[in-house]
Ligand binder design. Structure first.
Ligand SMILES: [Zn+2]
Length: 69
């Protein structure tokens, strides 16, 4: 799937692909991935600047969890 050019909210280009299914803190994660946890949702992209997360239909919400990231 093609990664979006920029965040639809803040126009940042620091877009991360949300990767699901990380079960241990030791699991390596790519530089352009964001750990979305083990609960798979429709959200596909995460903005590293404003924490907006959205799906291919443009629906989304701000990430309020994973404060350590
Ligand atoms: Zn953003």
């Amino acid at each position: 799937m093609q990664k979006p050019e920029e965040c639809p909210k803040c126009k940042s280009k620091k877009i991360l692909r949300i990767a699901y299914g990380f079960l241990t803190p030791d699991t390596p994660i790519a530089d352009d991935e964001f750990p979305g946890g083990c609960c798979v949702t429709d959200l596909k992209w995460h903005c590293a600047a404003c924490r907006w997360e959205w799906d291919p239909n443009g629906e989304g919400s701000y990430n309020k969890d994973n404060e350590e990231y």
